[in-house]
Design a protein around this ligand. Structure first.
Ligand SMILES: O=P(O)(O)OC[C@H]1O[C@H](OP(=O)(O)OP(=O)(O)O)[C@H](O)[C@@H]1O
Ligand SMILES: Nc1ncnc2[nH]cnc12
Length: 178
């Protein structure tokens, strides 16, 4: 099967929940993709193929839905896992960035010793919506003056133009567009 057909199948496996968690939001639920072993393997294989020859040393995984796939990809790439978490969850010294998202306001934190200037970082989250989360996460990583940064999302809600908030000097890749 062609790669675009495979991506269409993965897209069809994502469940839409209207009005969750607030009226007007069309929530893209990835649990229906993740719980299917074939779809899970297919997704991981596509991501590993894309990022395997780039010398990635750390995968930054954005809480919480970014943890699932980001962690597996890190393992497959022989890279480390760096959690980017909601406030008050990381126990050691952190740096923090605030942002607004499609249905609220939040901030994100990373440990101050999580990255170094030699790191080639893959930043992963399940979904890019308004881009507030990804922008904050990108800025957290760039504060470390890392060697390179790749941004990856399973899903992008194109109509929200979240991509426009991100620094265009770094590669941004999304598998499935709505
Ligand atoms: O582009 P944005 O408008 O910033 O929205 C995208 C973010 O929203 C969701 O996370 P959420 O904050 O709902 O947390 P969760 O992963 O813990 O469910 C999603 O997993 C992204 O992280
Ligand atoms: N529409 C949406 N579906 C799933 N996760 C989201 N995060 C922000 N917007 C979302």
């Amino acid at each position: 099967m062609s790669e675009s057909k495979i991506i269409e199948e993965l897209k069809a496996s994502i469940r839409n929940i209207p009005d969750f968690p607030k009226p007007g939001i069309q929530f893209k639920d990835i649990t229906t993709l993740l719980q299917n072993p074939v779809y899970l393997q297919t997704l991981i294989n596509l991501l590993v193929k894309k990022y395997q020859n780039l010398g990635i040393t750390k995968v930054c995984c954005i809480e919480s839905r970014g943890f699932f796939i980001g962690s597996i990809v890190a393992y497959k790439l022989n890279a480390g896992i760096v959690p980017i978490r909601k406030p008050g969850k990381l126990p050691a010294e952190t740096i923090s960035k605030s942002f607004t998202l499609e249905y609220g306001e939040d901030s994100l934190e990373i440990h101050t010793d999580a990255l170094t200037k030699d790191d080639v970082v893959l930043m992963h989250d399940d979904l890019l919506a308004t881009g507030g989360t990804a922008e904050a996460a990108q800025n957290l990583a760039l504060d470390f003056r890392i060697a390179e940064l790749y941004m990856n999302f399973i899903i992008e809600l194109d109509f929200l133009k979240g991509r426009d908030k991100l620094n265009k000097n770094y590669d941004i890749h999304t598998l499935i567009h709505f």
